[in-house]
Design a protein around this ligand. Structure first.
Ligand SMILES: NC(=O)c1ccc[n+]([C@@H]2O[C@H](COP(=O)([O-])OP(=O)(O)OC[C@H]3O[C@@H](n4cnc5c(N)ncnc54)[C@H](O)[C@@H]3O)[C@@H](O)[C@H]2O)c1
Length: 474
């Protein structure tokens, strides 16, 4: 099939590359000429495990092309995916200017080129209920008729960054919202090779498809947030959230996933999608109370380590002269995406209190630099970047684990401890990466989320090595 993908970000680039891997002829369009140049030259613009192999093959075999020209991509395409940004507007609603702007452009091009034939236009962006209708209107405004010249389909994307290629190649389900039989058939033909193991292609109306995406993300955000609140309560009553997780995760009605407590969710989807659904509800005169709570609790959770760090390191509420090592910048492991990352929230708070932060992330340093160039830090503290996790910890008064990259799970703890200040260096583990007893045995004053505190064990260092070895105060 000949496919156009408009918007070559995390979703568009993965979708386009995977469609090409399945033998389709794909042209990806982006208005960002720098991005298109880079992709044409064979340089990926995002980090996503497994993407490079398919990307290289697609380009080599000329099934995957990149352009800044919408017309060039549209002319031959049978299916046109809109994988455009839908960022939150001031009022929390999804900003549809990119989606509707491109719909208008497509309408103009199709009206001017009637010989280009019937097109299926697919909303892959996460968009509020009613957007398919609005896209249809935008195209029909050019004198075209839905059902004859084009149809609009809602096909929300459920891929998870970090495992996006696997998710796209083997989706648990494909949701196709359309009232057009013809468009439904095209979409089924396109997706059949991706669901050969029997996962369903769910055909439904446009509105239900649009709502499905928001319902899924909001429910997942609520599940994590619920668990974070259980963790906060565990700390107060002396329970261990890990045990509770195992206790409830074995209940098939609950399931074991999305029950890991931590410093809150981030990313480009959950925060904005929960906000947008909340906003949709308000516009309909419905007060969606749970979503309100999810947003408020998550905002607090992302900052929840701050008072603990301040209490441990300061008498006056400030952190001037303190150095905080930070492991992890991405909003989750295996991605370079830092949008709404809890690590960034912590960096803003810590530097505002005067602390210097030295951060390491295996993939997300460049995206972090770009973010803080666009929206600079405002406090007295500085942000520097380390070349390794060990370098970030070196000389630090406290170490914060903000992203659970696998490489942070089994570091040389003796090396880390010796390089930090204090006899029982402070570790604030926002992702419960370490075992509290192990960390106590390794001589750390260890704080995590929702698990009991274990006092650090006095660790005697070999003579002449490092500066530890004194009896510990606690
Ligand atoms: N990132 C995810 O994990 C994920 C998962 C599921 C759904 N979604 C949804 O998919 C949509 C896209 O998300 P993303 O993370 O890929 O966004 P992104 O910001 O990474 O990419 C969007 C791309 O669109 C391009 N663009 C903007 N205007 C354009 C125009 N007029 N013509 C051509 N290109 C244009 C931008 O330059 C950018 O490259 C959003 O609605 C998002 O909510 C994202």
């Amino acid at each position: 099939m000949n496919i156009a993908v408009v918007g070559t970000g995390y979703v568009g680039l993965v979708s386009g590359t995977c469609f090409a891997e399945m033998g389709n002829q794909v042209t990806c369009v982006d208005i960002d000429a720098g991005k298109v140049d880079s992709l044409r030259d064979g340089r990926l613009t995002i980090y996503e495990p497994g993407l490079e192999v398919y990307f290289d093959r697609g380009r080599r075999e000329d099934r995957l092309r990149f352009t800044t020209s919408l017309a060039e991509a549209l002319e031959e395409a049978e299916v046109v995916f809109l994988a455009l940004p839908t960022p939150p507007a001031e009022d929390g609603s999804a900003d549809l200017q990119y989606v509707l702007g491109v719909a208008d452009d497509i309408g103009g091009l199709l009206a001017a080129n009637p010989d280009w034939g019937y097109k299926v236009l697919v909303d892959k962006s996460t968009v509020p209920v009613g957007t398919s209708r609005r896209v249809t209107d935008a195209v029909e405004a050019h004198g075209l008729t839905a059902g004859e010249h084009f149809d609009v389909v809602s096909n929300p994307e459920f891929l998870r960054e970090g495992v996006a290629v696997d998710d796209f190649m083997k989706p648990e389900r494909v949701v196709v919202g359309t009232s057009s039989e013809k468009a439904g058939e095209v979409m089924t033909r396109l997706y059949e090779p991706f669901v050969r193991q029997g996962n369903p292609i769910l055909l439904m109306d446009e509105e239900s498809a649009e709502m499905t995406k928001y319902a899924a993300n909001s429910l997942l955000a609520a599940k994590i947030t619920f668990m974070n609140e259980i963790a906060n309560l565990c700390e107060r009553v002396g329970a261990d959230v890990d045990e509770v997780r195992r206790g409830i995760g074995t209940d098939s009605r609950i399931g074991p996933k999305f029950l890991y407590a931590g410093i809150g969710f981030g990313g480009s989807c959950f925060p904005k999608d929960v906000q947008a659904l909340h906003r949709t509800a308000r516009e309909e005169g419905y007060s969606f109370e749970i979503l309100d709570a999810v947003l408020r609790v998550n905002d607090e959770q992302r900052k929840s380590l701050i008072p603990r760090i301040v209490e441990a390191l300061s008498d006056d509420g400030r952190l001037d002269g303190k150095t905080i090592g930070m492991w992890g910048l991405a909003f989750k492991p295996h991605t370079d995406d830092v949008r709404e990352a809890p690590a960034h929230v912590l960096i803003r708070e810590l530097t505002a209190l005067g602390a210097d932060v030295v951060a390491f992330d295996p993939e997300a340093v460049e995206t972090t630099k770009a973010t803080f160039e666009r929206e600079p830090l405002s406090g007295d503290g500085a942000l520097a970047y380390a070349e390794s996790a060990y370098e970030a910890a070196d000389g630090a008064d406290a170490l914060v684990v903000a992203t659970e990259w696998p490489e942070f799970r089994r570091p040389d703890l003796t090396r880390v401890r010796r390089s930090m200040t204090g006899d029982a260096p402070l570790v604030f583990d926002g992702r419960n990466v370490f075992d509290p007893q192990d960390m106590a045995d390794a001589g750390f004053t260890y704080h995590s989320i929702g698990r009991p505190h274990v006092p650090p064990v006095a660790v005697g260092d070999e003579a002449g090595v490092g500066r530890g070895g004194d009896a510990l105060a606690s």
